[in-house]
Structures are given as structure tokens and as C-alpha cells.
Design a protein around this ligand. Structure first.
Ligand code: FES
Length: 576
């Protein structure tokens, strides 16, 4: 499709560099202070490289060099690259959870792009919340934007076996608690599980969201599957830098790409990847920035239609490095065929269908054919019922089939600390049919909705060989976790949802085929309990946390701030 090209005078940066006044004198003299001259910037698109590199983010250790690779591409294409460091959300280190800060990164990205002379941007992210945070901000300001995914790290290794981020941590931690492995083995696993730059290489939130970004059309085709340590990755960075310059001249903006069809493609890909439940929250929030509504039922509908094709842990067997070798996301999307909107526009100016034309699957055990899927249906189910009037989700592919229809008595923990203090007690009143309930872990209660949803199996049941139980919470769960864990219960307990009213011994019924989650307590009794319920005190009384507590929406609305939905509305900055 041919597009009308912008002129240099139509660039946003023209107001900073292209005019002849007192302020532009300041901009140009200060550019010279940085060692640039008119040859570098005059009449060229200014490309902001929003880089979430940080010393404390192990998934982005290669981003300093990748930013240089992006700059090389921008220079090649006649742009003027400027790197803009942004808050890094480091999943392993940031507490209580990076989710508390996703919206802060989104706000920072939006304001960086709006307040500086940026014509187009490269968004550098990958570690879990960095991907949605960057995309949310760029979508709201709506300058031409392209996403550069960090790429997965190499496979972990231990004694000839492969180790997957998260998934094998949980697995071997359970074995250590049960006395199957000792400190020596645990130390060896620590040495071998994270061996290179790049994000988690299981189908956690990072691999899910970078694949979703590509399916949305925001990444160069095939980019999200490339391992960070492969030389294809710097090549991708250079090509991304080259491409964004053309996107500026073509005035190809995120909101043209982020249509309803694009989000439906992303949801289908998440299902086919056996993706993380976190993607539900992030995609709803990202769509909100593009003014596209994504009701939870859209995810459930897609889950019924789309088979799981990616045989990747925790739902499957392999890791992202294998997925890349087997044909990557292009191969998987080609196999999805009519389940995708192939006409959807992507950042390279071509349609999704054109991008995946001729893509092949080289190993049909890693990327399954549709006639031999890992699972006939996608991995997520959306449930509603008396315990979750506004919905909740369960990753069915990570759950035990025999627990998908289950009735059991509740054992309730009021907080993570309460659970941590009691879960391994010898006298805990629990058996394998008990339903473990954790509350106080939602967007407000956590706060920030930490990934506490995979409650540990009580030690005395672990020792009896119990490996899974029904667990319910208003928390999230890492995409690398597994088990029959019902998550994102909305409204959360902190906000007075029914989860706040459940007591030990109440009968809870989980019916995944019927898409229900109910507590069998009479309405009168629930009302009596509600009358006694006291809303908890806000956790934060100042700063960003206070803003978060006042404006965060519930999980079914994507946990965005209520004042950040949608694009536009904010004026271009005055330059006086
Ligand atoms: Fe960064 Fe998992 S810790 S993606």
C-alpha cells in the first residue's frame, strides 16, 4: 500500500530543530554540546530509543550493545537516534512485584515521547512487564513506534538435562522441600539455570508478551523468537532501527496497527503458545490505550477455538531456543491459518499474512501441526460465579485434569504472610481435597497483584506425594508456574469482593467445563458476613503507591489507571 510521505517540515522535531528562533538556538547549540552538528539532525526524523537497560535487570544485560545496534540502523536510514533510558522492571529483583510499576513505566514512556522532540521510537523491552508498559505508553502518545524484543535466554543446563526458567525452579524447590534433592544439587541448578542474556526462555509472561507484540504487528516479523545470544539478534536490532525511520516518513502510528483484529490475533497467538495468564491483564490494558474493548469472554472464546501448538514448558516439553530452531512464531502463525486476521497491518508496512507467507515448521514436535496439537483447546479459561462475579482465569494446560471439576472445603489465608507462617504446620487442617484460598493479594491488596497465585502445597501433603490441589486467589501467577490455580478473582478481597467473605470450611465448587467458580454459602449468610466486614486500610499513604491505590482498576479491566485509558487528549508541549 503506498502512503503519503511526510515532509521534513511535518516532523514533530521540526518545532525544536527546524525553525529559526531563540528556542531552536538553544536546541541546536545544545545538540552541538553533545558533539552533533546539523549534518546529524537537520531535516531528519529523531528516533527515541527507549531503553530499559539496567544493572539490575539480568534479562536486559545486552541492551547497552543493542541500543548501539539500533542506532546503527537509524543512521543507515537517515535518522537521528537518541537513547532515552527508562525505568527497568526487573522481575527477579523488584518487590513486591514489577506489576506495581508497569503503569509507571507506561507513564514514563508516554511523557518521554511527548516532552522531547521525538518523531518515532524503538521500544526496547522483554522482561515481563516492560513489554506492556512500553507499548501502553507509546500507544497513548501515538508516535510511530516499533518494539524490539529482548529475546529469550539460552536453555539452562544441569547434568545433561535442560532447565527452564521458573518452571524448573518450582519443580526442584518442591523436590528439595520433600528431601529428594539436597543443597549440592540445588547449588548446581542455581549455576546452570540462567546462562546468557535474555528473558525467561519458558512460556512465561516474557515469551508470551513478546509473541503477543509480534502478533499485534509491532515487531519485525519473526523477531520475538530470536534468542538474545544469537547473532540474528543484533541484526534484528539494526533492521528495527532502519525500519522505524521509514515508519516516521510513512506516518505509520501504533493506533493504525492496534485494531480490534490485531488484538484478536494476539489473543489467538497467546492461546496457541500456551501463554501466561498475565497476558489477559496486559492485553486488556494495552487495548484500552488504543480504545479497543476486550471483554474477558473474548479470551475464553479464543481458547475454545485455538489449539495449543507450542510444545514449550510449563505446558509442554521444550524451550524457546528449540522453538526458534523449529520455525519460530512465523511457523506457528502460518499453521494457525484462518484463525488469524491475515490482512492486519504490521510495522513493516506489510500485512501479517504477507509476513508469514511461506513460513515453515522444521520440527513438528516442538511446533505442533493443527491435526496433532498439544491440546485441542487454548490454555486459558475464564470463569464467573458467586465467588468471582467479575471473572477470574485458570490456565487449564498447567492444571491437573482430575481437578478441573472439584468440590472441596476452603482453607483460607488472609495474606501471604499468614500463608507463609502456617502452610507447613504439622497440625494444618488440610487434605488433598481442600481448596486453598489466598486473599489480600489483588491489585490493591498485594498491592500490585503479586505472582503469589501458585500457593505452595502444604509440606505434609507433599511428603505424602500430593503434587497438585485447587488453589484460588486474587493474585496473579507466573507464566512459568503450574498447578490448578484459579487467579485474578475479581473484585478482589481488598475491594470487598466475595473472596473477602469466605471462611474456613465453606464448600467451594470449581467447574472449569461449565466456566463456574462458586462458594456454596447462602446469600443471607454472605450478607451477614458482609455487614461485619471492615475495609482494610490503604497500604500506601504517600507517593506513587498512593496514586496507585486511588486509580488502579481491577484485573478484568487490565489494572490500568482509570485516567490513562485511551490516547490523545494531552496537548503537544508548548515550546516557548
Ligand atoms: Fe526477566 Fe523472567 S526474569 S523475563
Amino acid at each position: 500500500m503506498s502512503r503519503t510521505r511526510l515532509t521534513a517540515e511535518q516532523l514533530r522535531s521540526h518545532r525544536w530543530f527546524g525553525v529559526d528562533n531563540l528556542r531552536s538556538f538553544g536546541h541546536k547549540s545544545r545538540a552541538k554540546q553533545m558533539g552533533f552538528d546539523a549534518q546529524d539532525y537537520a531535516g531528519k526524523p529523531v528516533i527515541g530509543i527507549v531503553n530499559t537497560w539496567s544493572d539490575i535487570n539480568p534479562c536486559h544485560t545486552h541492551f547497552r550493545q543493542r541500543a548501539e545496534d539500533v542506532k546503527r540502523g537509524v543512521w543507515q536510514a537517515g535518522g537521528f537516534p537518541l537513547e532515552l533510558p527508562a525505568m527497568s522492571l526487573s522481575e527477579p529483583f523488584q518487590k513486591p512485584t514489577t506489576m506495581l510499576y508497569r503503569n509507571l513505566l507506561a507513564m514514563e514512556t508516554e511523557e518521554l515521547l511527548r516532552s522531547y522532540p521525538i518523531d518515532g521510537c524503538v521500544l526496547m523491552g522483554g522482561c515481563d512487564k516492560t513489554t506492556p508498559g512500553l507499548i501502553m505508553g507509546a500507544t497513548s502518545v501515538d508516535v510511530p513506534s516499533i518494539f524490539l524484543p529482548a529475546g529469550p535466554m539460552l536453555k539452562g543446563r544441569w547434568k545433561g538435562t535442560t532447565l527452564g526458567s521458573g518452571s524448573d525452579t518450582w519443580k526442584y524447590w518442591a523436590q528439595k522441600r520433600a528431601g529428594i534433592i539436597g543443597d549440592k544439587e540445588w547449588g548446581e541448578i542455581e549455576d546452570g539455570i540462567a546462562r546468557s542474556p535474555g528473558h525467561c526462555m519458558t512460556m512465561g509472561t516474557a515469551s508470551t508478551m513478546t509473541a503477543a507484540a509480534e502478533a499485534l504487528g509491532l515487531t519485525l516479523s519473526g523477531g520475538s523468537s530470536i534468542p538474545a545470544a544469537f547473532s540474528n539478534h543484533p541484526q534484528l536490532a539494526v533492521a528495527t532501527g532502519r525500519r522505524v525511520v521509514d515508519m516516521v516518513w510513512d506516518d505509520l502510528r501504533p493506533r493504525e496497527v492496534l485494531t480490534r483484529e490485531a488484538f484478536e490475533n494476539a489473543i489467538a497467538v497467546v492461546m496457541a503458545m500456551g501463554g501466561s495468564t498475565n497476558s489477559v491483564i496486559h492485553l486488556v490494558a494495552m487495548a484500552g490505550r488504543a480504545e479497543v474493548e476486550l471483554p474477558l469472554e473474548l479470551f475464553d472464546d479464543a481458547s475454545r477455538k485455538v489449539p495449543v501448538l507450542a510444545n514449550i514448558r510449563p505446558s509442554g516439553e521444550y524451550l524457546m531456543e528449540d522453538f526458534f530452531d523449529a520455525g519460530g512464531l512465523r511457523g506457528l502463525m502460518a499453521e494457525l491459518g484462518e484463525l488469524l486476521h491475515r490482512e492486519a497491518l504490521t510495522v513493516n508496512g506489510q500485512s501479517l499474512g504477507e509476513n508469514i507467507e511461506g513460513a515453515e515448521i522444521h520440527d513438528p514436535d516442538v511446533i505442533r501441526r493443527r491435526d496433532n496439537p498439544l491440546s485441542e483447546q487454548g490454555g486459558l479459561a475464564v470463569l464467573r460465579g458467586s465467588l468471582a462475579p467479575d471473572g477470574c482465569v485458570i490456565k487449564t494446560t498447567a492444571a491437573s485434569p482430575h481437578l478441573l471439576q472439584h468440590k472441596g472445603r476452603a482453607l483460607v489465608f488472609d495474606s501471604y504472610d499468614d500463608m507463609d507462617a502456617r502452610i507447613d504446620a504439622e497440625d494444618l487442617d488440610v487434605d488433598e481435597n481442600t481448596v486453598l484460598v489466598l486473599r489480600g493479594a489483588g491489585p490493591l491488596g498485594g498491592p500490585g497483584m503479586p505472582e503469589w497465585g501458585m500457593l505452595p502445597i502444604p509440606k505434609r501433603l507433599l511428603e505424602k506425594g500430593v503434587t497438585d490441589m485447587v488453589r484460588i486467589s486474587d493474585a496473579r501467577m507466573s507464566g512459568t508456574s503450574y498447578g490448578t490455580c484459579v487467579l485474578h478473582v475479581a473484585p478482589e478481597s481488598f475491594a470487598g469482593g466475595p473472596l473477602a467473605l469466605v471462611r474456613d470450611g465453606d464448600l467451594i465448587e470449581l467447574d472449569v467445563p461449565g466456566r463456574r467458580l462458586d462458594v456454596h454459602v447462602s446469600d443471607d449468610e454472605l450478607e451477614r458476613r458482609r455487614a461485619q466486614w471492615q475495609p482494610p486500610e490503604p497500604v500506601f499513604t504517600r507517593g506513587y503507591g498512593k496514586l496507585f491505590g486511588k486509580h488502579i482498576t481491577q484485573a478484568d479491566k487490565g489494572c490500568d489507571f482509570d485516567f490513562l485509558s485511551g490516547a490523545g487528549g494531552a496537548p503537544e508541549p508548548a515550546i516557548h
